[in-house]
Write a protein that binds this ligand. Structure first.
Ligand code: NAI
Length: 360
């Protein structure tokens, strides 16, 4: 699989730059994918994962970096889209020298790419990477960072859900609605709190007993169901996938009773075409990368020197963006996921074009 050949894949066309990084001594094997810098330096996290093959790692970084360009564009950030993968087992292969070697490669790109956390990397790892590069965000609070990004991710999901509720039921509130939260992790917990405060009744599920114990203690009024399958079949108005990707597959969509889907999980659609199946069944799907952008808004703010209130204000605008996407979807007769892509592409083209104005 060649880089140029794979960039011709319809799912991942048009990457600006793909960088392979190797440091034999520390065992670092990383690929940095920069999809677009039309809006500014590319921002996206580093995934540390034991891919089955180099081709799988490449495929993932191309997909993820493209997704970040769209997410950052719709989040209203002056940042392009990129992502990196480190090929290895984070439990066994992560070391100070590996992370610092990686940081030096990020630095060598001169600010074309900013890294952050993703699956398999944590704020403490970014603190280590930051010893070699200034182009890193999502560091710990002690190191001037924004800390746990799930706070504003949950806030943004809640805003997107309010916009979806307004579109379907006429009022931007979840009061009186039954919302199913699948996954009571970092985001799911904060989201549950916002929903209860807004007057929704919450149904929840998680595979981890500690999460179940937490919700029983914190919110005894929350109803529990056994698993995600029971959740989709339950009598809920809104489904909020907040665990892993692929929550919306053919078998899920056919039994789903909710009228709205809005949740934090990345890549909720198991395959292309699910967005149309949802639309055909009258289910409003608020695209995952639109409503879960609060996290990237939080870490992006750190680049300017983190200010929680400013970042929260930006994440609150996810309500307006979701509204605009739903309006556009209706006007153009397309599913919201397609309308969101069009809006992102429009912003990348319109704002990216301004750089052709010579500044003297
Ligand atoms: P987390 O790892 O803290 O929580 C995930 C929760 O889902 C855990 O409690 C886990 O036990 C549960 N879970 C796993 N499999 C499950 C299943 N089959 N059924 C029910 N529950 C299950 O992760 P976090 O940070 O809360 O993220 C949740 C999702 O949101 C992930 O898909 C993540 O990629 C996405 N996301 C998170 C952001 C953030 O800032 N934390 C930003 C954007 C997206």
């Amino acid at each position: 699989m060649g880089v140029f050949a794979s960039t011709e894949d319809p799912d991942s066309t048009g990457h600006e730059q793909v960088v392979f990084c190797q440091d034999k001594q520390s065992g670092l094997k990383a690929i940095i994918g920069i999809y677009s810098t039309a809006l500014g330096p590319a921002l996206g996290g580093t995934r540390f994962y034991p891919y089955a093959s180099e081709a799988d790692a490449l495929h993932d970084v191309l997909d993820l970096s493209r997704g970040m360009a769209y997410k950052n564009a719709l989040a209203g950030l002056d940042l392009g889209g990129g992502k990196a993968v480190i090929w290895g087992d984070p439990e066994k292969d992560k070391s100070e020298s590996l992370l610092r070697a990686y940081g030096r490669f990020v630095q060598s790109l001169g600010g074309r790419y900013y890294t952050a956390c993703d699956v398999g990397t944590y704020v403490a790892d970014m603190d280590v990477v930051a010893r070699e590069t200034r182009f890193v965000t999502g560091r710990s609070v002690e190191h001037g960072g924004a800390g746990d990004s799930s706070v504003l991710t949950a806030w943004g999901v809640f805003q997107g859900m309010r916009a979806a509720a307004e579109h379907v039921w006429g009022s931007p509130t979840l009061a009186g609605r039954r919302v199913g939260v699948s996954g009571l992790g970092k985001v799911g917990k904060h989201l549950t709190a916002h929903l209860i405060e807004d007057g929704a009744s919450v149904v929840a599920t998680d595979v981890d007993q500690r999460a179940i114990d937490w919700v029983r203690e914190a919110y005894p009024q929350v109803d529990l169901v056994d698993d995600a399958a029971a959740m989709v079949a339950a009598d809920i108005d809104v489904y909020a996938p907040c665990a892993l990707g692929g929550a919306l597959a053919d078998d899920t969509v056919s039994v789903l009773r909710a009228k709205v889907v809005a949740g934090a999980a990345n890549n909720q659609l198991a395959h292309p075409g699910i967005e149309k199946q949802l639309a055909d069944r009258g289910v409003l799907y608020a695209p995952d990368y639109v409503v879960n952008a609060g996290g990237v808004i939080q870490v992006a703010d750190e680049i300017e020197g983190f200010n929680f209130e400013r970042a929260k204000l930006r994440a609150t605008r996810i309500y307006d963006t979701t509204r605009e996407i739903l309006r556009l979807a209706d006007a153009e007769g397309v599913p919201p996921a397609v309308a969101a892509d069009r809006l992102a592409e429009r912003r990348m083209a319109e704002i990216g074009r301004l750089r052709t104005i010579h500044l003297g």
